[in-house]
Design a binder for this molecule. Structure first.
Ligand SMILES: O=P(O)(O)OC[C@H](O)CO
Length: 434
């Protein structure tokens, strides 16, 4: 056991590597309804593979996972299989810990085109090759409390499509009892992902060098364009009392929507399974495409979610092979159909069946319609997790705490400062890339 190299030097073992029962850890970041779906998948796998036991281990949210994984590299204790969010891909590629997925694909003559949506595969392709297996793919959405929408005389079948239109709706959807707000028109977490998505919707690149796909990115661009535009827009809505600022944690913004405190809300389709359950018997839940910064925006959204990486360094051939067997299983049409129906994630396997509930179709349609371009491929940057956090600090500075309050900094200045704060990290990372 141990000693095997990662990165391009790594090799993919064949099925003969598994000679006796084996257990492997699978580190993931799925919570609540989505964690239950992981557990169900692992159970199904056990029934189909009596020799391999997959032990799912929740390691905190996506950001916490990257921290845990970096520690594991230091301690030479990575798990055989790990789920890493989209924006961790460049780091994973450079870290040279894994057996690239394309090696297993070649070994097994696995039919990539038949089993992975081409749009999704292209997102996880680095240097022309697939390095990880897309697993939970998402799109950002606009969520609506359709009962509240109708009550305000608006039509949920004609949802707002731009930030300004959402702002107009939010004003009509804000309900007061005396001076107390009983329903806010809008909320969204101060989540850097939305800055990334709105930048792509504007057909702009978040970082230079073709969003880091034609060469190492050397700077981020969110100090101008959709970043400050979103910060200003959200800050104004909060200041005027039409939106509530629940801060950076996505859980808090999600709770505000689930409990009916807000009528319109931005979140990933990954929340849809949980929202569907939460809304049952309380309000009619509707989803709509993610807004564009303005009516003239010509871009699209970026594929979100995470992918599965098989670790090489320190792992036996049996462990690596066992991880691949589970990866193949998780990708299968049957499992992706179940996964999609339970969680709201878009099936990565084009042969998977779609949930009949129209709310589940919005992300699927949005993702499939996407024309891959440097902008909609998202930024490949080694310090992308840090970039997202910097953008969130910018949003915190630019969005007041509540109605009638002032922002700490203007939106333009806040986002410019945030972008500039990353420069030394980007330079340092690039200087160390082998
Ligand atoms: O909540 P998810 O899984 O759709 O992920 C959203 C982002 O893409 C994570 O970086």
């Amino acid at each position: 056991d141990g000693g095997s190299e990662g990165g391009d030097a790594a090799t993919a073992p064949g099925p003969e590597a598994i000679t006796e029962p084996i257990e492997i850890e699978f580190w993931h970041s799925m919570k609540e309804k989505n964690e239950l779906a992981i557990k169900a998948m692992v159970e199904d796998f056990k029934k189909a593979n009596d020799k391999i036991t997959v032990k799912p281990v929740f390691k905190g949210d996506y950001d916490q996972m990257v921290v845990a994984y970096k520690q594991a590299i230091q301690q030479e204790a990575t798990p055989p299989l790990v789920q890493i969010y989209d924006i961790g891909s460049r780091f994973m590629y450079d870290a040279q810990q894994v057996v690239p997925m394309y090696k297993f694909i070649e070994k097994d003559k696995f039919d990539q085109n038949a089993n992975i949506e081409p749009n999704i595969a292209s997102y996880y392709t680095i240097g022309g090759k697939l390095w990880s297996m897309p697993f939970n793919s998402s799109a950002p959405l606009l969520y609506m409390n359709a009962d509240a929408v109708r009550k305000a005389g608006l039509d949920p079948d004609k949802p707002p499509a731009t930030l300004d239109e959402i702002g107009e709706w939010a004003k009509k959807l804000t309900v007061k009892d005396g001076s107390t707000v009983t329903q806010y028109g809008f909320n969204a977490a101060l989540y850097g992902w939305f800055v990334e998505q709105l930048t792509a919707q504007d057909n702009a690149e978040y970082c230079d060098n073709g969003n880091g796909r034609s060469g190492l990115a050397t700077k981020v661009n969110f100090g101008t364009g959709a970043g400050p535009k979103f910060a200003q827009w959200l800050g104004d809505l909060v200041k005027e009392g039409y939106a509530t600022n629940t801060g950076r944690p996505t859980d808090q913004a999600q709770n505000a929507f689930k409990t009916g405190t807000v009528a319109l809300h931005l979140e990933s389709t990954s929340a849809l399974g949980g929202y569907t359950e939460a809304a049952k018997g309380k309000f009619e839940l509707r989803t709509a495409p993610f807004p564009k910064p303005s009516a003239t925006s010509t871009g699209g959204t970026i594929i979100g979610g995470a992918s599965l990486w098989i670790n090489a360094a320190g792992h036996s051939d049996a462990e690596k092979r066992a991880a691949w067997e589970f990866v193949k299983f998780a990708n299968s049409a049957e499992q992706q159909s179940k996964w999609h129906a339970a969680t709201g994630y878009v099936p990565v396997n084009p042969q998977a069946t779609s949930n009949d509930n129209p709310n589940f179709q919005v992300a699927v349609t949005q993702l499939r319609a996407q024309q891959p371009s440097p902008a909609t491929s998202g930024c490949l940057l080694g310090v992308m997790p840090e970039a997202r956090k910097a953008a969130e600090v910018g949003l915190e500075q630019a969005v007041p705490a509540g109605a009638g309050q002032e922002a700490k900094t203007s939106a333009d200045q806040a986002m410019q400062n945030a972008a500039a704060s990353l420069q030394s990290s980007i330079d340092k990372y690039n200087a160390n890339v082998k």
